[in-house]
Ligand binder design. Sequence first.
Ligand SMILES: Cc1ncc(C[n+]2csc(CCOP(=O)(O)OP(=O)(O)O)c2C)c(N)n1
Ligand SMILES: [Mg+2]
Length: 820
Amino acid sequence: MPKSIVVDPSAVRKPGKLKTKDIPINTYKGNPIEEAKKFGPANLVRMYHDMLLIREFESMLNAIKTQGAYDGIKYNHDGPAHLSIGQEAMAVGECYHLGADDFIFGSHRSHGEIIAKCLSAIYKLDEKKLTEVMENYMGGAPLRVIEKGHKGTVKDLAIDYTLYGTLAEIFGRENGFNKGMGGSMHAFFAPFGSMPNNAIVGGSADIAVGAALFKRVNRRPGVVIANIGDASSGCGPTWEAIAFASMDQYHSLWDPKIGGAPPIIFNFVNNFYGMGGQTAGETMGFGVLARIGAGVNEDAMHAERIDGYNPLAVADAIERKIKTALGGGGPVLLDTATYRISGHSPSDASSYRTKEEIELWQKQDCVEGFSRYLLENEHLKAEVLEELRSKIVSRVRRALELASSLEISPRINTAIDSIGAMMFSNGFKDKMAEGEPEVLIPKEESPRLKSNAKKSRSGLDEKGNLIPKAGAIALRDALFEAMLHRFYVDPTMIAYGEENRDWGGAFAVYRGLTECLPYHRLFNAPISEGAIAGTAVGYSISGGRVVAELMYCDFMGRAGDEIFNQMSKWQSMSANVLKMPLVLRVSVGNKYGAQHSQDWTSIVAHIPGLKVMFPATPYDAKGMLNLALRGTDPVVFFESQRIYDIAELFVEGGMPEGYYEVEEGEPAIRRRGKDFTIITIGATLYKALEAADVLEKKYNLSAEIIDARFINPLNYDKIIESVKKTGKVVLSSDACERGSFLHTMASNISQLAFDYLDGPVAVVGARNWITPPAEMEKAFFPQKEWILDAIHERLYPLPGHDATTYQTTGEILRRNRKGV
Ligand SMILES: Cc1ncc(C[n+]2csc(CCOP(=O)(O)OP(=O)(O)O)c2C)c(N)n1
Ligand SMILES: [Mg+2]
């Protein structure tokens, strides 16, 4: 418990001096004799081969982009090609000591890293394993192309396979490693440990930390490296990733047998430029990037600047840092100094740097420099070098020939919605890995379960009267039961967020979990919403189930990229190679004013690739969370703070004790009726029921109340059936009306059931204002009167009804004119 770490005022207030650790700069001293002994000539030549292969591969892409042809093969490539010409020594040196179990994540400029990583894995794997990987990947489709007429060893074949799969991906072909769904900036090949490359600057930082967390928590072999650019040092998510990776708790609170901090190395591929902005000297203030480490922890993140123009200096650093990271002493920061001779992209005129500067680096070119080193030290003869070069050119040429041909390498068939079929993995798995979940006590001994056992599972007694709140199981208990169940079934499942542990989770949903789970399965995260979501992406795509929590959905703003670009897109960008069993819990607040009380469902619904759920009853809260926690898709799980303490009022017998799931995408009919259909999302359900009571008692009219509960996917069948019966529809939720998901529903209902509608679908959302403080909230969120008045003004005049709020079409026009 953190209570064991006493914050002692006498220690805190004592004078002293903080010392920072020295950060080494370029300390590698090359010694050709030692290097020959350590690596052996064959491996040194191999490194050169890999660098040259990357150089040729990217020179080919450069020729294709700028001249439309390479070595007589014409091709027009519409997509991007961010080349790393000049940076090859960094990639090859880094990957030399890495095997298939080690992961690297990268950026938009990662073709070289993919090739270096795959080749390094190929050299280490035996032929049987290589064949198995190639035969199984995408049903062996890319292999069938590259193996045709291939002469050479299985390792040779695997190298050609890597070039072909990568290039086909860059060209957007079905035989690409990700069926062409990623393209140049997102290409990767997971079986050899080349993990997603991210077109969002710094995007890989927190995802890589999540992958390292997965390895640590689940005791999996290997280290994880985040290859991120020097300019990503200005990105908030990069800093959040560093914060998350360097938490004290890995050492102070976690069981030492877990092994310490996640094995992560932040490798800043420092080419001294963003696109056209120079980091040191212009956009950043660190002078030397490695200085960042000094501010993070006592170890200064074991930071070092290393010479990225010498593959042996890079290999040396990685070898040493792997030990630190695997030993739990990380995180590690490397500032790998390099230079891209090529422009940011082939169209870059390099107006932000001088010709002289480029020439300075060209004179020290890492590929040429290493060939001189090999020749001088007699590891390679000039004729052999020429042979090597021509073999590489023919490899690259063959890959281009095969990948550029539309007959041999077609694109996927978009006419049959094959991209749609990849938006979700739609898998269901009880546990993401075999093994027994690590827990502190047997499930039956959970104090909260015991206390739940004393409460009524229903909110109503036998006579249908409301049971006092303290005596009935509430929605927050339902969520707890779903969480507890999965924690005791899936050994990979972890949960984290702010105040998740000793506090009991925001709004007491997790109260009682601390007693059941060790630290590494339930912990407090730093106030780093981006890293909370981003690490969860990394954890889940590495094979683990995770629940991340962001307290208020308003805080999704802090995790915008991680939710909207990463969580939503990696399954489909990987062509479902990756699965994402990730549930992100967020709540819709109230009482805390404008920055804590907005319903952001529409924003999430708008982004393809996310499942979106919003239960409004305890039965659904448990059944839907159970469903989400068995799935392999990313789910944004909305909860409403207003109803955390509500008990089950709809299901006879109340919320079941045992396990059950709610059917995905199916709305729930809460009350039958024939005159109106009122559809709600979230807590507005209860306002709709109040309105329905008035309709019945005062006007003798009945409303069918439908709780959508799912936003995506959503099956409209029950809704259309209801509309056919009533002809009149009101939609209501707590989200601001403009752009709300209700309008998507209204539009769909109008298109699907136009012939059955007696009038326009009425949308009753919250006002298009800031949420005012608690005392004025009723003027903001939909109330039962708004629903009644909207019916009266827009659908069906209620005899003798006096409208007390403004719901007329004239008012809709006025509000839109004013933009409120
Ligand atoms: C979040 C984000 N902002 C801006 C961009 C546009 N952009 C693409 S690459 C780049 C420069 C990145 O520099 P660095 O991280 O040093 O990587 P390098 O290009 O030098 O490899 C920028 C600004 C982006 N892709 N993502
Ligand atoms: Mg850069």
